[in-house]
Write a protein of this length. Structure first.
Length: 132
């Protein structure tokens, strides 16, 4: 395997992880999927069997769900990392999950910082308003 090919595969790794992170985050955190997520949370806590509880939990955890999104992406793209056989799929799968979860962690930290700044500015605005 030559170096330019490895560099291209690494570029693909970081690019393919973006939609994986986006899909996994959206399904497990954003308002647009709140009702199905609430249903899955309820079933993951109240399911009669462990299989039922674990199945529905997969749709509430961004880390867990990212594995399934990654599997789907590997199927539709055929992306392999380092090896051209089944090992390439295996390595690519775990690498994509890892990078996607780094992206989601960074996104979560940015959102927390933005929310904190917004709340702080609202408090300051309220204090100024109360002084007048």
């Amino acid at each position: 395997m030559d170096i330019p090919n490895v560099l291209l595969q690494l570029l693909y790794l970081f690019i393919l992880a973006i939609p994986i992170a986006c899909i996994a985050w959206t399904v497990t955190h954003e308002e647009v999927f709140r009702e199905p997520r609430d249903y899955c949370i309820k079933r993951s806590k109240q399911g009669k069997t462990i299989a039922t509880r674990k199945f529905f939990y997969l749709f509430t955890c961004e880390y867990c769900f990212s594995h399934y999104v990654t599997l789907f992406m590997l199927i539709i793209t055929g992306y392999k990392l380092l090896y051209s056989d089944w090992r390439g799929y295996l390595i690519a799968g775990f690498a994509l999950v890892w990078i996607a979860n780094i992206y989601m962690s960074l996104f979560a930290m940015i959102r927390i910082d933005l929310k904190k700044e917004r709340l702080e500015s609202e408090v300051i605005e309220e204090e100024v308003k109360n002084k007048d």
